[in-house]
Design a protein around this ligand. Structure first.
Ligand SMILES: [Cu+2]
Length: 167
């Protein structure tokens, strides 16, 4: 019942484009090095302040380097005992972002050569609460409106790329 009510609410009042945490761009070439920003459109609740943005790196991404941001620190997590050159399992940015503003937190990633979609769960920690952007649509309900969707990056197959822009 609760989920159904949320779905109806989402249909009745679509959220603005900047809402949620989304990947920008939301499409990248499979197997490429891609700089992808995770855009945070609002705080955990109205008037709150975002303090941390934790981006979980899915399997198959073999490298992920955070772009430093003035006023923010970052922390890279790796599997215990992993090679320091191994891909991070998560990157957390810490700073301050008021609800009225938005910001972007970028990673340079080596993407897997195969696959359709990468899912990046994002944990947003605020002064007064937390938002877990971890929901994914189930195959049973592909059109379902989610209240806290994970950030999605769609992969473009290598063979569908134009031959230009190879530099
Ligand atoms: Cu939103």
């Amino acid at each position: 019942m609760h989920r159904f009510a949320l779905a109806l609410l989402a249909l009745a009042a679509p959220l603005p484009a900047l809402a949620h945490v989304v990947a920008a761009p939301d499409t990248a070439r499979a197997g490429s090095y891609a700089a992808v920003a995770f855009r945070v459109g609002h705080a955990c609740s109205a008037g709150d302040v975002t303090l941390k943005v934790r981006i979980e790196i899915p399997p198959g991404v073999v490298s992920a380097r955070p772009q430093p941001k003035p006023g923010w620190t970052y922390e890279i997590e790796r599997e215990a005992g992993a090679d320091p050159k191994a891909a991070p399992s998560a990157v957390t940015f810490s700073g301050r972002l008021p609800d009225e503003a938005f910001d972007e937190f970028a990673l340079l990633m080596k993407l897997p050569a195969t696959g359709d979609t990468l899912v990046f769960p994002v944990i947003q920690t605020c002064e007064k609460g937390e938002s877990q952007w971890t929901e994914v649509t189930s195959p049973d309900a592909p059109g379902e409106k989610l209240s806290r969707p994970a950030a999605i990056l769609r992969l473009t197959p290598v063979e569908l790329q134009p031959a230009t822009h190879q530099h």
